[in-house]
Design a protein around this ligand. Structure first.
Ligand code: PMP
Length: 366
């Protein structure tokens, strides 16, 4: 609280990001769904040949070559692509641009309960009403729950976070069709880890109200670079540009644009990296299940695991932390019975499994 802040800031409940440990102590970091592998070698090449003098000049507002690279990769027109400073910024602009209808501020945005914890932050910061649609058993999203509910928009992470479950393209089509006057945001931060890979981008020709949001932070190993993007109809993209240019005309810098473009162009490296993570996820799921953990089937680069009876998730989180292994713990509602564990390298996951085995033995011996 401060007398110098306005009411909005005094009332704000900001997003709390996963812990970023201080340099020095060796930590196995499995708490923010980062990629354990380095970005494509093409990134180093473009950085080495980057002409520093170019930094004198403002970057291309729309993202320049990056937009073309994304459009080529996705088979859409460059006018259907919008780039921002991480998908968090793109999502924030989406909430500001699409979520209110005809000045009616009583209509809520529909989001699954539970989902990405930034959505409620945007809702309260931008004064948008919200309605949480409960997930069904085992965190399953039921498409018919999004039918006939008055709303000013819908935001769904697919695969969902922190639950790791994915819905089908048929479900997304259904939700878009039943809500033709609302924008439906599909946040595909983790889509590249689903097997098989599917994307709502293929539905864009059918649904002018669909907005797919992506990031380079996860599958492209570029969380430190801050590039996210939206792919949608020209009409929606034009709206996002109006919002951006009322806030910050240059959200993506020159170096970030070429680095992200290099990573996105290297499809082979991307494929290999994803395959490694998917294989390690399988190992992790099998090993944790053998220890008595339960979890929904993951389509993401993390698992949402419930420890076996007798082992409290909050305590396990603390004990793992003491052992130098950071995972994510949400101390609320039913989520407090689970840990969200990012898939790291094989060695890191073996260390996690060994630490969990030890914790279970301690519980059994106590
Ligand atoms: N969407 C979801 C579902 C996420 O989990 C995250 C990562 N915290 C983001 C979007 C934001 O990613 P970034 O801003 O790094 O692009």
């Amino acid at each position: 609280m401060s007398k110098y802040w306005n009411k909005k800031i005094n009332d704000a409940e900001p997003y709390v990001a996963g812990e970023q440990p201080k340099e020095g102590r060796k930590i196995i970091k499995l708490n923010t769904n980062e990629n354990p592998y380095a970005p494509s070698p093409k990134v180093a090449e473009v950085m080495a040949s980057f002409d520093i003098a170019e930094l004198r000049l403002y970057p291309n507002t729309d993202g320049g070559k990056l937009v073309q690279t994304i459009a080529d990769r996705e088979g859409v027109s460059p006018s259907q692509v919008f780039c921002g400073n991480g998908s968090d910024e793109v999502l924030a602009l989406c909430f500001q641009t699409f979520f209110e209808k005809d000045g009616n501020t009583d209509l809520p945005v529909l989001t699954p309960d539970f989902s990405y914890s930034f959505y409620p932050v945007y809702e309260s910061f931008y004064d948008i009403k919200s309605k949480k649609i409960p997930l069904r058993e085992d965190f399953r999203l039921e498409k018919t729950d999004y039918e006939g509910v008055p709303n000013c928009g819908i935001a769904i992470a697919n695969p969902n976070a922190p639950t790791s479950r994915a819905i089908s393209l048929d479900d997304i089509s259904y939700i878009c069709e039943k809500n033709p006057d609302s924008v439906v945001i599909i946040d595909e931060a983790y889509a590249y880890f689903a097997e098989p890979y599917v994307t709502a981008v293929t539905l864009l020709p059918k649904y002018p109200n669909l907005c797919v949001v992506r990031t380079t932070s996860k599958s492209y190993s570029l969380a430190g670079l801050r590039i996210g993007y939206a792919i949608a109809s020209e009409e929606l993209i034009e709206g996002l540009k109006r919002a951006r240019d009322s806030f910050n005309s240059y959200p993506t810098d020159r170096l970030a644009q070429i680095v992200a473009a290099a990573a996105i162009s290297d499809e082979e490296y991307h494929r290999e990296c994803r395959a490694k993570i998917i294989a390690t996820r399988k190992y992790t799921e099998d090993a944790l299940k053998a220890l008595g953990f339960t979890m929904p089937e993951s389509s993401a680069n993390f698992v949402f695991a419930r420890p076996p009876k007798g082992l409290d998730a909050g305590l396990l989180y603390k004990n793992l932390r003491e052992k130098g292994i950071l995972v994510r713990y949400f101390d609320k509602d039913v989520l407090r019975d689970y840990l969200r564990i990012t898939i790291g390298t094989d060695e890191e996951m073996e260390a996690l499994v060994a630490a969990c085995t030890e914790e279970i033995k301690n519980v059994q011996n106590s």
